[in-house]
Structure formats: structure tokens, C-alpha cells
Design a protein around this ligand. Structure first.
Ligand code: AGP
Length: 606
């Protein structure tokens, strides 16, 4: 997703902007650029490619000045190219503007502007914004931006500088995230907090419709209604250290190994031997609630599939799980008797945010389980459970997924308590076993790392493979397949083990890898039959199983064993080899593990 950075201060803007853009690289991009004002001289350098390419250009033409904006572009409209990269400028070269989001009515606006004589040099929707600004600006930037807003449909976080006001950065937010950072004699702007943690931990998170004016020594915030308001300063409990690799080769590996700490932090915050401390769940619960909907995208959606089993088994509640981008276009039965759980690491996924708003519009109460307090989803929900995973930088989500599972385990237990569906003795056993998870995760990581390297050596030579399981294990297989696909670019498909023989088994031939997951004792014999069907066709089967579920290991070409664990809680262990298989396979193939092609960390467009 695009990244925006801005600086107003006494130090050189170019250096700060480049550092900030490096911190935004993880969002995914294909071109970059900056604009710096030196008095009334507008200096713009931008290009397709990585920040290294931009730095090469800047070595030929260093930019002087103490105020500027920067951008990393993740192409939506128009191919990656120098002309399509941001910042974009008006016909006179007076303004420079950067944007994250999608302007849905840009074609009609562009036609009107071209008819009015504006000449365009890119295919982007963003360039329409700066020419429209040029068209409506009558001397007051705030009034001009408000008039611009009236004409726009879609989502935007934008920043703009004007060579006639070289001491100001203007910023506007509508449905795409934008934060203001407050410094000493300098102020900052960025798409997200991790980009600024080296400079500050004090933030104002812009709300939809809010407009900000940044100068080196002051910021002004204007509400959607137009009145000037006090900045609502938020002190981030993340620090700069948390967004560094700390000796790991990739953020993804660091975040895989952070999972024991993340789960321990969550349990310490929300659980002790005697009770689940989730007042957010208690406050949102009502006895009239008779069904739950979980909605999310990608890995967060797959955590919701696990959550369904947990909530149905612990709270005896019917649970539906819907992909957010699908929920909006299907008949749904949401009403005031529904509880909607929204899962999102970033809290900014556009499809998930739209699904949340739909659920609320139908009268459903909404509980957000998110890793980003202050995000759009956190602010729109009725109640929020903080996943406390710390900043997750790698595009492939790992520790946030484990945090989601843990938060769902706790939510299931809490709902079980509230609905008195479980005897206290059983609840106590469940709580005790949850408290053991951090140690089990550490043990599992130590136990499986080498086996996963060995398996990855095999997988790297195959362009397609299958992940199979039944019930909870199928939900986990889906996450395993996604992890492998998104960072190794090999095709993988998750399949309910019992379903293979209904067609897909036709694809299994000599050597095809099949990863089979076993954590539910009652389903082992059935899944073993499916494994035998695969073996009979020459498939190569790698088992991932919790200790004690499988006696006869002869059937498998490789056996990856995890510590014994309560079947309901096994997901946070099973996902570890799935993550490591993906990581080592991608590493073998020299893929861009933290920043896989075509993908973004937070998908803030629909
Ligand atoms: C998962 O590895 C991907 N990065 C992606 O599927 C992600 O889970 C999805 O885009 C949802 O993101 P969110 O949790 O920030 O809403």
C-alpha cells in the first residue's frame, strides 16, 4: 500500500523523508519520490523502482530545504513508471501532492480538467487531485481543500505543499490512514506510526474528514465540520527498537520467534487462573445475542475460521465466518441479536472496515480484535480487544495471527463463562492449559526448525502442493497454504482432507507434496485414510501432528511433531511449522520475504 511521509523542521528535509520512506517500505511499493521546498523553490525527485534508485537520483541532485513530503507508491491506476510516481504537480509547478487511496470518480474529473486546459503527464487518479486543487484554489488552501473534498468520491490520505507557503504542509484524511507526529521544534506526518517511532511517540491520529496544517513549531487540526480543534495526543506504547530486525535476517523470522512473548503478553493482560479478564467482551455481551459473525480478510479471516470452532465448542453459539469483501454483497441476517467480531492486524483494511460499518448499520454490536489501537476499525467498533503483538512489519502476518487465535481462545472462554455453558472445573482446566502455551510455543519452535528446513528443501522444487486437514486442522491448512504462496510464489491449495477424493486427487501424482495436519485425535483415522489415498498415487506426505495423536508414523515421508496440547489450543502450535515451511522455502528461492511482490501490509483500498 502507498506510504506518505512529511517533515517540517530545522533539519534537512531530504534525509528525514528518505529515512521515513525506508520505514514505510514494508507496506509494499514499486516507485517513490519526494518534494522539498527551499524557500519558494519547489524541488521534486521521483522515479520507478526502489528507494535505492531514488537515492541514486538524489545523489545527482541533492535537495536543500527544511520542509517536504515523500511517497512510496503501490500502483493502483497506471503502471509503475517515473511519470506515475508521486509527488504530482499542477501545470504551474506551484503545488506538489502525494496520495494514498483511490479516487473513484477520477475519470470524469480528469475530463473536466482537460477540457478546462489542464495537461496531464500520468495515468494516475492522484494527478487529478493536484490539477483540481489548482483549479479551485483562490488564495486559501484550507478552503480549496474543502472544496476539493466536495468533488471527490473514494478514499484518500493526502499531503500537499505550496511554494507560496513554504513553511506549511497541508494534510487531509478520508478512509485512508494518516498520523501526525509531534516533535521538538519539528513536526511530522506519516501513513502509520512505525515510520515515525525514531523521532517521536506522540501522535495525533487524523479522523475521517480532518485536515491538518503542519509547521515546524505548531500543528493545527480542523474537524470535518471545519472548526479548529485541539490535537488529541496519543502516546504510542511501541518504541523504535520494536521496528528493528534485532539480528534476524528478516522481520518475518523475528516475528515468528516473537510469538511466545506475544502470547505471554496477551495472557498476562487478559487471563489469570481464576478468570478471563476481558471486560470488553462482557460489556458488549447481551443475553439476547443468539449468533456470532466473524469477518476479516486473508490471514485474519483464517484466524476467524479457527475462532468459529472455538466459540461454537466453548460458548455453544452458532458462528458464521465471512470474508469481508464477500459479506457486503450477500444477503445477511445481521441484527441487534448478532455479535460481530472483526479481526484485523492493521485496523485499516478497507474491506473489513466496510464490513464493520455494514454490521453496525444492521444493529449488530461489533467487537474489534486488532493490533492497532487508534486505527479506523478500532475507532468504529463498539469495543476493542488489543492484540498487543507490537508492530508487525513483514507483509506475511505471523505473530498477529497467533495473537488473534489467543484472543479468540480467551473470547470463547469468556463467552462460555457469560453463558454458563461450561462447568467451572472445565473452565479452570482450559485456563490452566492456556497459561502453558508460551512455553509450548518456545519448545515447538526449537523442535521443528530443522525439520522445516529439511521439508523446505523438498518443497522448493515443486510448483504446486496441498495442505490438508479436517475440522480445525483444515482451517489451519488454509493459513499454511496462504503463507507459502504469498512469500515463495509457489502454488499451494488447502483442502478438507475428506474432500480430496471428490476431484482434486486427480492432481496428485509422483512426488506431489501434501502437508497433512493432525491435532484432533478423533479425526486421525479418517485423515490417515486420505493420506493413504495420496500415497497410493505417489504423493509425498509431510505430517504435522501434536504428540500423541499419531502412533503409526510409517505412512509419512516426513513427520513434524509438536508438543502435546489441548486440541482446542493446538492452532498456535500447528501454525509454527506452517510459517517456518513458508519462510525456509522462500529463503531457498531467494524471494523478497518481508516485502513479497504485488502485496501490501495493509490493504487500504477495496
Ligand atoms: C497475510 O499474511 C496477509 N498479509 C494478508 O492476508 C492480511 O492478513 C490481510 O490483508 C488482512 O490484513 P489485516 O489483518 O491488517 O486486516
Amino acid at each position: 500500500m502507498c506510504g506518505i511521509i512529511g517533515y517540517a523542521g530545522k533539519a534537512g528535509a531530504e534525509k528525514f523523508l528518505l529515512q521515513g520512506l525506508k520505514k514505510l517500505e514494508y507496506r509494499g511499493y514499486d516507485s517513490a519520490g519526494i518534494a522539498v521546498l527551499d524557500e519558494d523553490e519547489m524541488q521534486v525527485v521521483k522515479c520507478q523502482g526502489t528507494l535505492d534508485e531514488l537515492e541514486n537520483r538524489l545523489r545527482q541532485k541533492s535537495l536543500r530545504g527544511y520542509l517536504g513530503i515523500g511517497h512510496t507508491r503501490w500502483a493502483t491506476h497506471g503502471v509503475p513508471s517515473d511519470d506515475n510516481s508521486h509527488p504530482h504537480q499542477d501545470c504551474q509547478g506551484r503545488f506538489a501532492l502525494v496520495h494514498n487511496g483511490i479516487i473513484e470518480n477520477y475519470q470524469s474529473l480528469k475530463a473536466e480538467l482537460q477540457a478546462a486546459g489542464h495537461s496531464f503527464c500520468s495515468e494516475t487518479d492522484t494527478e487529478v487531485l493536484v490539477h483540481l486543487l489548482e483549479e479551485v484554489h483562490q488564495g486559501d488552501m484550507i478552503a480549496a481543500l474543502r472544496e476539493l473534498q466536495e468533488k471527490l468520491a473514494g478514499s484518500y490520505a493526502l499531503a500537499v505543499v505550496d511554494n507560496r507557503e513554504p513553511e506549511k504542509i497541508y494534510a487531509l484524511r478520508q478512509a485512508s490512514p494518516l498520523v501526525i507526529g509531534l516533535g521538538e521544534q519539528e513536526n511530522y506526518l506519516a501513513s502509520d506510526m512505525p515510520a515515525l517511532l525514531n523521532a517521536t511517540r506522540k501522535f495525533h491520529i487524523l479522523e475521517d474528514g480532518e485536515l491538518a496544517v503542519l509547521k515546524e513549531d505548531e500543528i493545527s487540526i480542523f474537524s470535518a465540520a471545519g472548526e479548529e480543534i485541539e490535537a488529541d495526543i496519543f502516546q504510542a506504547d511501541w518504541d523504535a527498537e520494536m521496528v528493528k530486525k534485532q539480528g534476524y535476517e528478516h522481520f518475518m523470522l523475528k516475528e515468528i520467534y516473537e510469538q511466545p512473548t506475544v502470547v505471554r503478553r496477551l495472557l498476562a493482560a487478559y487471563l489469570d487462573r481464576d478468570q478471563v479478564k476481558l471486560p470488553e467482551v462482557a460489556e458488549i455481551w447481551g443475553d439476547e445475542i443468539d449468533r456470532v459473525l466473524i469477518t476479516a480478510c486473508g490471514t485474519a479471516y483464517y484466524s476467524g475460521l479457527v475462532g468459529r470452532h472455538i466459540l461454537e465448542e466453548l460458548a455453544n453459539l452458532p458462528v458464521e465466518v465471512e470474508i469481508s469483501s464477500e459479506l457486503r454483497y450477500k444477503k445477511n441476517f445481521l441484527d441487534e441479536n448478532s455479535l460481530t467480531l472483526v479481526m484485523s492486524q492493521s485496523g485499516e483494511t478497507a474491506d473489513t472496515l466496510a464490513a464493520l460499518k455494514l454490521a453496525r448499520s444492521r444493529g449488530s454490536r461489533v467487537l474489534a480484535l486488532t493490533n492497532t489501537i487508534g486505527s479506523s476499525i478500532a475507532r468504529e467498533a463498539d469495543a476493542v480487544v488489543d492484540l498487543k503483538a507490537g508492530p508487525e512489519i513483514a507483509v506475511a502476518s505471523t505473530k498477529a495471527y497467533s495473537a488473534m487465535l489467543t484472543a479468540l481462545y480467551l473470547t470463547g472462554l469468556k463467552l462460555g463463562e457469560l453463558r454458563a455453558t461450561l462447568p467451572e472445573r472445565e473452565l479452570l482446566t482450559y485456563r490452566r492449559e492456556l497459561l502453558k502455551l508460551p512455553e509450548k510455543i518456545t519448545a515447538a519452535l526449537n523442535r521443528v526448525e530443522d525439520s522445516c528446513r529439511e521439508a523446505a528443501d523438498y518443497l522448493k522444487n515443486h510448483s504446486s502442493m496441498f495442505f490438508i486437514g479436517r475440522n480445525l486442522d483444515y482451517s489451519l491448512a488454509l493459513e499454511g497454504a496462504l503463507k507459502l504462496k504469498e512469500i515463495s510464489y509457489l502454488h499451494a491449495e488447502a483442502y478438507p482432507a475428506g474432500e480430496l477424493k471428490h476431484g482434486t486427487l486427480a492432481l496428485v501424482e509422483e512426488g506431489v507434496p501434501v502437508i497433512a495436519i493432525f491435532t484432533r485425535r478423533g479425526l486421525v483415522s479418517k485423515t490417515l485414510s486420505n493420506v493413504k489415498e495420496v500415497k497410493a498415487r505417489g504423493g509425498r506426505v509431510i505430517a504435522i501432528a501434536t504428540a500423541g495423536t499419531i502412533e503409526d508414523k510409517e505412512e509419512f515421508d516426513q513427520f513434524i511433531e509438536l508438543p502435546a496440547c489441548n486440541e482446542l489450543w493446538a492452532g498456535v502450535l500447528t501454525v509454527l511449522p506452517l510459517q517456518l515451511l513458508a519462510y525456509h522455502t522462500a529463503h531457498n528461492l531467494n524471494c523478497s520475504i518481508d516485502k513479497p511482490r504485488n502485496l501490501a501490509k495493509s490493504v487500504t483500498v477495496e
